[in-house]
Ligand binder design. Structure first.
Ligand SMILES: [Zn+2]
Length: 306
C-alpha cells in the first residue's frame, strides 16, 4: 500500500477518472440509446437512418412510429440500462471514479428519456433545453464528487498518512517519561481508559500487544496492519502508539498494537513470542495490561533476560 500525501490528490484523481469514464462511455451507451429508438421504428416496419454527426449519434425514422411515446422514451431507457448494467462489475462498483462516471452517464440517459418523451419537438430545436440538461447532469456529478471525496478521506491511505504525521510530530518531544500516547484506526487520540471502555465497556482487564519491535519507520505500518488482520489477532481493532527508551527522537519507536481480552499469564507470554518473524527474530519485550480498576501494568516477556 502506498501512502497518498493529501486529500487534494484523492479528489483530483476521482475527478479525472470520472471524467475519462464519462468520455469513454459516451459512444457505447449512446449506441444502446439509439438502438432503443431503432427497435420501435423497425417494429413498425419503417426504415431508419443511423447517423453520426456533430459528435452525437442520431436515428431518423422514415415515419412517426407507434406508440410514439415509447419511441421517444426507449432510447433513454436503453441508455440507462446499458450504463446501470456496468454496476454488475465489482471493479466498477468499488472504484469511486468509474462509479461516478457510470452514474452520471445513467443520469444523462434518464434526463434524455424524460426530455425526449415530453418535450420532443422542443428537444430537437431548442438549444437552451440541452443547456438545462447539461447543467442538471453537471449538478448531479458535483454532488457525487463531493460525497465520494468526503468518503475517500477516510480510506486507509489517507488515514495511514494522518496517523503517521501525528505520531512523528509527537515523537519529537516524546521521552521515556512521557505519558502513553495512543491513536485508534481513525487517527483519534485515546487515553488508556478510553481504549478499555471501547473494548469492553471498562468492566474487564485487557492487554495490549505490539506487533512492532524496534520500528522507527511509519511507512512499514501497512505491513503490520495487514499481518494483524490476516492472522485475526486480538479483537481486530488496531491501535498506534509511541514507545521510548531514552530522551531523543532516535530513541522513539513506533508501535502497532492489538488488544486481547485476557489477563492470563501464559496467553500473554504466548502472544509476546508470536511476532518475532515480523521483527528480524526479535520477540516482544512487554505487554501493557489495562486493569479494570483503571490502573495499568507492564508484563515483561519472560524469555528475554536483559
Ligand atoms: Zn434519443
Amino acid at each position: 500500500m502506498k501512502l497518498i500525501p493529501n486529500p487534494i490528490l484523492i479528489k483530483t484523481r476521482i475527478l479525472l477518472v470520472s471524467s475519462v469514464s464519462i468520455l469513454i462511455l459516451f459512444f457505447p451507451t449512446g449506441f444502446f440509446h439509439e438502438l432503443g429508438h431503432i427497435l420501435v421504428c423497425a417494429s413498425n416496419g419503417y426504415d431508419y437512418v443511423f447517423s453520426f454527426g456533430d459528435f452525437a449519434l442520431n436515428v431518423h425514422c422514415s415515419s412517426l412510429p407507434d406508440p410514439i411515446l415509447l419511441y421517444f422514451a426507449l432510447g433513454g431507457i436503453f441508455g440507462m440500462i446499458a450504463s446501470v448494467s456496468l454496476f454488475l462489475s465489482k471493479k466498477i462498483r468499488t472504484s469511486p471514479g468509474i462509479f461516478i462516471g457510470a452514474s452520471v452517464t445513467a443520469f444523462d440517459h434518464f434526463l434524455k428519456s424524460i426530455f425526449e418523451t415530453f418535450t420532443h419537438s422542443a428537444y430537437l430545436s431548442n438549444f437552451s433545453l440541452s443547456i438545462y440538461m447539461s447543467a442538471l447532469t453537471a449538478f448531479f456529478m458535483i454532488i457525487l464528487l463531493l460525497f465520494f471525496s468526503k468518503r475517500e478521506k477516510f480510506n486507509s491511505s489517507y488515514l495511514n498518512n494522518k496517523i503517521s504525521t501525528i505520531l512523528k510530530n509527537k515523537a519529537k518531544t516524546f521521552t521515556q517519561n512521557s505519558e502513553t500516547f495512543t491513536l485508534d484506526e481513525t487517527a483519534k487520540e485515546l487515553t488508556l481508559a478510553e481504549i478499555r471502555n471501547k473494548e469492553c465497556a471498562g468492566e474487564k482487564t485487557i492487554t495490549m500487544i505490539a506487533v512492532t519491535r524496534y520500528q522507527h519507520d511509519t511507512n512499514n505500518f501497512p505491513k503490520y496492519v495487514e499481518y494483524i488482520k490476516k492472522n485475526n489477532l486480538g479483537t481486530g481493532a488496531i491501535y498506534y502508539g509511541l514507545w521510548s527508551d531514552g530522551y531523543t527522537v532516535e530513541d522513539v519507536e513506533f508501535d502497532v498494537l492489538y488488544v486481547i481480552h485476557t489477563e492470563n499469564h501464559d496467553q500473554i507470554q504466548e502472544h509476546l513470542n508470536k511476532h518475532d518473524n515480523m521483527n528480524k527474530g526479535k520477540t516482544q519485550a512487554m505487554a501493557l495490561m489495562l486493569l479494570s480498576d483503571g490502573t495499568s501494568k507492564i508484563i515483561r516477556n519472560e524469555t528475554i533476560r536483559e
